[in-house]
Design a binder for this molecule. Structure first.
Ligand SMILES: [Zn+2]
Length: 387
């Protein structure tokens, strides 16, 4: 028993499939002078056997903070998606649209306005209803989807974009689980949710964003095309509807947290100076799950001025400006957002000039005798994790 009802179908007790223990909200970085303790809440994913929706079990009720700056990758994806959707005739030529926004950014509003659509008032019927990463932020999934379908005009198009549960499984993205993200949609689960409200997913597009993002075009009539059918079959084969497959995410937590902790401990025993780079929210559950504090990682450098002088919640690792790397002369800079590695390396060449190495957290190399280390170069391939 979990004591919770499914956020979509109301069936009792979605089964826990992933448990990250007690975690602080991952987007709140307290000032470094705030000694804590930080409030923490259980962070667990459950899976409903009735409707197949993977969902957040507990939540502290603190809304996700809106991004100050829209990530360029989201802006680019929005442009690409609007072009694709328009080119295939899924965008109404004129009429009203309603966008359900997201704290992640990446609004389509301006793009749609440029194509001749006009915003409709909330509550009135819209020829185009759009939701990009918005709906997952709602605790009551049934109410949220009903609201979107409810404002869709009879011949309107509903566009829903989501980070797919299949991508989370495929790349072991266990740290996609976070407070404030209430639903983790597979295509089969979302298509059947839409179906219950009389809406048909007709066309599906896939994007690399977050390691796997799906956009569905839906209408009140019609049938799914091959792109939808193929995606349904592919995700089912991957195991999005299999709780045992979902539980494999837990092994990823144990593996990633354990290997990071022992790697840092070994480095410290060898006298190596290791510091971090990239204070992203997805590093928060990793540091907490691994039980890492300033004793193993004295600081994490981050280019965002708004994080300078703050610290990680839970683990209390301080966050500093990248200039601190110079005086520290680290042996290794551990990059928590591996997709940042190329640009960080280019921006801070003196790390390597003074004998340091860049290492992606997803590719921890073995510790070698000191004289050989300068000959190795860290490679990073896995990227695109959420958040
Ligand atoms: Zn359910």
């Amino acid at each position: 028993m979990t004591g919770f009802d499914c956020r979509w179908c109301g069936a009792p007790a979605p089964r826990p499939v992933l448990d990250l223990g007690e975690q602080p909200p991952c987007d709140r970085f307290p000032p470094v002078v705030d000694g804590g303790p930080d409030p923490c809440w259980p962070l667990r994913m459950g899976w409903c056997r009735e409707c197949g929706l993977a969902q957040l079990l507990e939540d502290p009720g603190i809304p996700e903070q809106a991004r100050g700056v829209e990530p360029a990758v989201l802006v680019q994806q929005a442009e690409e998606a609007v072009s694709l959707v328009a080119a295939e005739g899924w965008l109404p030529d004129r009429g009203g649209f309603l966008e359900f926004g997201s704290p992640h950014g990446g609004s389509w509003s301006l793009l749609l306005t440029h194509r001749g659509l006009t915003p409709t008032a909330p509550g009135s019927a819209s020829d185009l209803v759009l939701d990009c990463f918005g709906m997952m932020h709602h605790p009551d999934q049934a109410a949220a989807l009903r609201r979107r379908v409810g404002v869709l005009a009879e011949d309107g198009v509903l566009l829903v974009q989501f980070h797919s549960l299949a991508a989370i499984l495929r790349a072991d993205q266990w740290n996609a689980l976070r407070h404030g993200h209430f639903a983790y949609y597979s295509t089969p689960a979302l298509v059947s949710m839409l179906g219950e409200l009389g809406v048909v997913a007709r066309r599906a597009w896939r994007f690399d964003l977050y390691g796997g993002t799906v956009l569905l075009a839906c209408t009140r009539r019609g049938t799914p095309d091959d792109s939808v059918r193929a995606l349904l079959a592919e995700e089912a084969a991957l195991g999005v509807g299999d709780p045992e497959r979902l539980r494999a995410l837990q092994e990823g937590v144990t593996r990633d947290a354990g290997s990071l902790r022992s790697w840092l401990a070994e480095g410290r025993a060898l006298g190596r100076r290791v510091v971090g780079y990239g204070a992203g929210s997805r590093a928060v559950p990793l540091l907490c799950a691994a039980g890492i504090g300033p004793d193993l990682l004295p600081f994490v450098a981050d280019a965002s001025a708004s994080k300078d002088g703050r610290r990680f919640p839970g683990s209390r690792v301080p966050i500093v400006s990248p200039s601190r790397l110079r005086s520290r002369r680290p042996d290794v800079v551990l990059v928590f957002l591996p997709e940042l590695l190329p640009e960080a390396r280019a921006a801070l060449p003196w790390v390597e000039e003074s004998g340091g190495r860049w290492v992606g957290v997803d590719r921890l190399p073995p510790w070698l005798p000191r004289q050989r280390e300068g000959t190795r170069v860290a490679e990073v391939t896995r990227a695109g994790r959420n958040g």
